[in-house]
Design a protein around this ligand. Structure first.
Ligand SMILES: Cc1ncc(COP(=O)(O)O)c(C=O)c1O
Length: 348
């Protein structure tokens, strides 16, 4: 029976699902994933996730499509990224097959929480990997727990697709070059809270610069950055449009960004991944953050308070990023052909 939930009012908040899915790694082997209603862990106080931050997570969504079928978007990419995060923190990687089984089980056991088509709400999955070995001496553990927490979340844009203002942060470094920024691990987020909460208090989001020189754009809060360069003429050829996104060893390789780059190339745009100086914003006609939560979050202004400079991109989302936003959402909701086989489709 469909849950009595006002899907449009959910926001990005945790709604208790019926089941979570768990699988432990002990004595060199993973157990079969199983569904449980118990949302609490019996965890040793000296577990390596608590003592030394052995923790990694992921985020992906299931969409109820226009045809009533459920689509899970590119979960294999999330599985691979979690394996890289695990290796980065010296944890046992979760095999792709186990990851997929656990996501499927979490979906099947919580079907009533998949929001209907047209609400803009989705079923979000939060896969989590933690070190559970008790240790006092500094070092990695050898026992792990993999958990998938599903939760329905509301539409990112309950009203219309709109812009957000970003503030350049220079006083908190989120992640060092060749550090853990390229992995999806809790420590990166804790390290960013001081800067993001200060930006939120001003009604804005925050742009992180590279930690070494504070010259190049790294990331936008918990999302990748995209900039669009094109000739000033209102109409131009796709080949004259450049999709720019930062190349940095300190940023998370976004699956959304990767998908948008593919769609941009397909439409004939030039896609460039390289270091981007903050001042280059001056030459961009559109800018945005991108990630699973929002797909694209267009930017109206980037404010650099320290340098007394504001970069403006217009109050409304620009045409290039709007086109890519709708193209990706159409694939996720089954309104456009999924030529890249990005979605696993479930007729359940
Ligand atoms: C730091 C950071 N960068 C980028 C992203 C976007 O990645 P994805 O598109 O895979 O959600 C996320 C969200 O997962 C993130 O937390």
């Amino acid at each position: 029976m469909m849950k009595e939930i006002d899907w449009s009012k959910l926001g990005f908040h945790y709604t208790e699902p019926d089941y979570i899915v768990r699988a432990a790694y002990h004595d060199g082997a993973w157990e079969e994933p199983y569904a449980t209603k118990d949302k609490f862990l019996h965890l040793h106080v000296s577990a390596t996730c608590l003592q030394y931050g052995q923790e990694a997570f992921e985020g992906l969504k299931a969409f109820r499509g226009i045809d009533g079928k459920i689509r899970i978007f590119r979960w294999r990419e999330n599985a691979k990224r979690m394996q890289r995060s695990a290796e980065g923190l010296y944890m046992q990687p979760v095999p792709e097959e186990l990851f997929g089984k656990a996501i499927r089980l979490a979906l099947e056991k919580n079907l009533d929480f998949v929001p209907p088509y047209g609400t803009g709400a989705t079923l979000y999955f939060r896969p989590l990997l933690i070190g559970t070995t008790p240790r006092l001496g500094v070092g990695p553990g050898r026992d792990f727990e993999f958990i998938v927490i599903p939760s329905p979340i509301g539409p990112y844009y309950p009203g219309k697709f709109h812009c957000t203002t970003f503030i350049v942060n220079r006083y908190v470094d989120r992640a060092a070059p060749f550090g853990t920024g390229q992995f999806k691990v809790g420590g990166n987020y804790a390290a960013s809270f001081r800067a993001t909460e200060a930006a939120h208090a001003m009604g804005c989001d925050c742009i992180f610069l590279d930690a070494k020189q504070h010259k190049f754009i790294d990331e936008c809060s918990a999302a990748n950055f995209i900039g669009i360069k094109k000739p000033s003429a209102v109409s131009c050829q796709p080949s004259e449009i450049e999709y720019l996104t930062p190349k940095s060893s300190a940023i998370l390789p976004s699956i959304t960004n990767n998908s948008l780059m593919t769609l941009a190339r397909e439409r004939g745009m030039k896609v460039t991944q390289r270091r981007i100086r903050l001042e280059e914003l001056e030459q961009m006609s559109e800018a945005a953050a991108c990630g699973t939560a929002c797909v694209i979050s267009p930017i109206d202004k980037v404010i650099d308070t320290e340098k007394g400079k504001t970069y403006s991109f217009g109050d409304e989302p620009g045409p290039v990023l709007s086109q890519l936003y709708h193209a990706l959402k159409d694939i996720q909701y089954g309104r456009a052909e999924d030529t890249h086989h990005w979605c696993d489709v479930f007729d359940i």
